[in-house]
Every structure is written in structure tokens, then in C-alpha cells.
Write a protein of this length. Structure first.
Ligand code: HGY
Ligand code: MN
Ligand code: MN
Length: 412
């Protein structure tokens, strides 16, 4: 039996796209979208989401780390709670749909199911920090829910020296209570997340949606190369301990290793400390983000990479310090939930489901510590993401919404 997409799903998808524009207006910058954890923009976006959750008939509350929740209450819950969600924070100069589309789809799904009752509560959550834009550690919101909140994070300071403790207090949260309201595995039925693909596969195969098989593991490092600052005019090149050329050789070595080993590695931030046009760089800091769908490939590549960077430093008489600031294991999505997603995708789209891995990290990789997780990908234009040019089709959002509605019904 084919599920025809109800007319109102189309109008819901259009409303959801308008809501994406409203959410995108809560930004720290005049140009582009930047919304980091525990900022006034986080507050404004979550107040708006709480309102839309209430309009969808949900009970709402904020948890110990600033995640925004909505609950479709079951009159007679005989099963644990089903959790839907994604993140509401963004990278710097972000697109509108990374994370936020998944939050809005979850709310709209529950709005569409308002007239129906289920033998379990259904919670929707907007995770307040997934990107790690402000405190350089990431997945704070979902880590708290999954019982993995690391109290050391409370001492981490942002670029202005404000610690997470101070920022929590300013936001109206009690840092002493951070993570105290973690969910218990027995109280959760599953976690479902819809997210833009952030890659080119669905568009290349002209598919609106896809079923996620697994999420790549990732490690992030903060590196520091120290040489000897000197006069650009007087020190012969062969006598230099130039931190910048050393870092440059390291960064090219990282790129070559990633290509050779079939992983992805990115130096996203790099700065010369006290740099000047006529000074040989004495100190350079840069970050590394390295990922693979295979945990063993990630471990091997990371070890090799660090050995090569140490060797380059030694050759150039530099010192090389490197701190692991983040790691998340590669995660397989629940087979049962993959099959459930595939079944609803086939019913809604009349074509077989496309299964594909996620190179991007998601809250689902942390929620997998707590419960079965399943993700649905939505096509995005040219796979562009972490970029204001991020774009989705309303018709794809409509198909995603119809799949989400059927997915919830399949848990009855
Ligand atoms: O970096 C990621 O994969 C995600 O956008 N936080
Ligand atoms: Mn992202
Ligand atoms: Mn995301």
C-alpha cells in the first residue's frame, strides 16, 4: 500500500522552511549565521523552539546543560520514551540546515501526530552544543543526556577566557548540576535523528533521503610548533628554526598521509603567535581533525601521523606539542532501526532505500552510548555544508517529514 504524502505535509514542509529562516536570524554576527553554546543567541533560538514545541502541543523544559526539550505525553505509557532530535548550535558562518533542520523536522512530526496517541512518551530535543564552536570540545548537549558529561569541561575557557562554569552561571544554569539529569538506558526506547547529508551522494543519485549505516570516528588535536623567532633580514635560511615552514611541512604531510591511508584529515585553524611581516615565526598553533568510518584505520592513521610530525620537528630542531582535545568512536547505527527507516522510505518514496555512511559527526554517535540510534539523511545541494550556501529542497523536506511521521507510527 503506498502512503500518499498528505497535502498538509507539503504545507508543513513550507512552514518548516520559513522556521529555518527565523532560527537563522538568531546569530552573533551581522553577516552569516554563527550561534554558539550559552550565548544570548542560544537563549533566543531555544525560546523560539520552545514556543513552536508548545504550539505543537508539547510540554517543554530546559535541562541541566541548556538543551531544549518538548514532550508529547502518552496517556498510558507502557513502553520507554522515544527521543527525536538534533542540534541547534552552529559552526562559524554556518548554513541554516545543519542540525536545525533535524530539530524542526522532529517538532513538525509531533505536530502532525498531535491527534494520535502512542503507548510511550515522545521527546524532542534541541541539543545546545554539538559543534564545539565556543569551547573547542563538542557534543556537550547529547553527552549530558547520554550520561557522558565530562566535568573537566567546566574548566575549559573560550577565546575570551570565559570558562564554561562562568558561562553556565550567566545563562542561568547551575554548573554543579551539569549532567545530573542524564537519561537511563531502560527509560529510552530509541533515538532518531534526521540531518542533511552534508555530502554529495544523494544528489549524485537523485535521491531525496537515505538511511545512515554508521558515523565516522573522529579525533581532534590542538598542536603547537615552537622554533626561534628572529629577524627576517639577518638570519640565513639554513640557520633558522622557523615554526611556520615547519608547520607548513607538517600540514602537507598530514594531507599526504590522509590520501595514502584513505582517511580524512583537516587543518581548520592555524595561527602564528606574535607574527609579523619581518619576523621569523617562533611559534605556530594549528588544529587537526582526523576521521574514518573504521575505528582501526583511524587509530593507525593517527599514530602514523603523529610519528611523522614528531620526525619533521626533530629534523628542523623544533619542538612539537600536541593535545588530543576530542575523540569520538566510529559508531554503527542500529540494524533494526536501519531496516525500519528503509521500510518507511520505500513506502513513502516507492523506491528502495539507499544506505550510506556519515563522514560527519552527529549527536547520534553519543546517543548510541545510551540507546539504539537511527538516522535519516536529507539531500542537500552539492553536499555543501558548514557554509552559508547550504541548501535543501522543500520537496525533500516534505519527503523527510513523511518518513519521520511513518517511522514514529512504526513504533506503536
Ligand atoms: O564536525 C562534524 O562532523 C559535525 O559537524 N560537528
Ligand atoms: Mn556541523
Ligand atoms: Mn550537524
Amino acid at each position: 500500500m503506498t502512503v500518499f504524502i498528505e497535502m498538509d505535509t507539503q504545507s508543513r514542509a513550507m512552514r518548516l522552511m520559513e522556521q529555518s529562516d527565523v532560527l537563522a536570524s538568531f546569530s552573533e554576527s551581522e553577516t552569516g549565521l554563527t550561534r554558539a553554546y550559552l550565548t544570548p543567541q542560544h537563549r533566543a533560538a531555544h525560546d523560539q523552539l520552545a514556543l513552536w514545541m508548545q504550539q505543537a502541543g508539547l510540554e517543554t523544559w530546559q535541562d541541566s546543560v541548556g538543551n531544549q526539550w518538548g514532550r508529547k505525553v502518552s496517556p498510558n505509557p507502557t513502553k520507554p520514551t522515544l527521543i527525536l532530535g538534533s542540534h541547534s548550535d552552529t559552526v562559524v558562518n554556518a548554513g541554516k540546515y545543519d542540525g536545525n533542520l533535524g530539530v524542526l523536522l522532529a517538532i513538525e512530526t509531533l505536530a502532525a501526530l498531535r491527534g494520535e496517541t502512542f503507548p510511550f512518551h515522545i521527546d524532542v530535543v534541541a541539543f545546545a552544543d554539538e559543534e564545539g564552536t565556543r569551547f573547542n570540545t563538542t557534543l556537550i548537549g547529547s553527552s549530558s543526556v547520554a550520561g557522558c558529561f565530562n566535568s573537566n569541561w567546566l574548566q575549559v575557557a573560550d577565546a575570551n577566557g570565559v570558562t564554561m562554569t562562568q558561562a553556565m552561571r550567566e545563562f542561568g544554569l547551575d554548573p554543579e548540576k551539569a549532567g545530573s539529569d542524564a537519561r537511563k538506558a531502560q527509560d529510552v526506547l530509541a533515538y532518531l535523528e534526521a540531518h542533511i547529508e552534508q555530502g554529495p551522494v544523494l544528489e549524485a543519485e537523485n535521491l531525496a533521503v537515505g538511511v545512515v549505516t554508521g558515523i565516522a570516528g573522529a579525533k581532534r588535536f590542538q598542536c603547537e610548533v615552537t622554533g626561534m623567532a628572529g629577524h627576517a633580514g639577518t638570519v640565513p635560511v639554513r640557520l633558522r628554526q622557523d615554526a611556520m615552514t615547519g608547520a607548513a611541512e607538517m600540514i602537507l604531510a598530514i594531507e599526504k598521509l590522509a590520501k595514502d591511508q584513505g582517511v580524512v584529515a583537516t587543518v581548520g585553524k592555524c595561527e602564528i603567535i606574535s607574527g609579523a611581516v619581518n619576523v621569523i615565526a617562533g611559534k605556530v598553533k594549528f588544529t587537526i581533525d582526523i576521521r574514518s568510518a573504521s575505528q582501526s584505520a583511524l587509530e593507525t592513521a593517527t599514530y602514523e601521523m603523529l610519528e611523522q610530525l614528531k620526525h619533521i620537528a626533530q629534523q628542523r630542531k623544533l619542538t612539537f606539542d600536541c593535545e588530543n582535545i576530542y575523540k569520538a568512536k566510529a559508531v554503527q547505527c542500529s540494524n533494526k532501526l536501519q531496516q525500519k527507516w528503509a521500510y518507511v522510505v520505500e513506502r513513502v518514496t516507492n523506491s528502495s532505500a539507499r544506505f550510506l555512511p556519515s563522514g560527519a559527526g552527529h549527536d547520534a554517535m553519543v546517543m548510541a552510548e545510551l540507546t539504539d540510534t537511527g538516522m535519516l539523511f536529507i539531500r542537500c545541494e552539492k553536499g555543501i555544508s558548514h557554509n552559508p550556501r547550504e541548501q535543501v529542497l522543500t520537496s525533500d523536506v516534505e519527503i523527510g517529514l513523511a518518513c519521520f511521521i511513518e517511522m514514529i507510527r512504526s513504533f506503536r
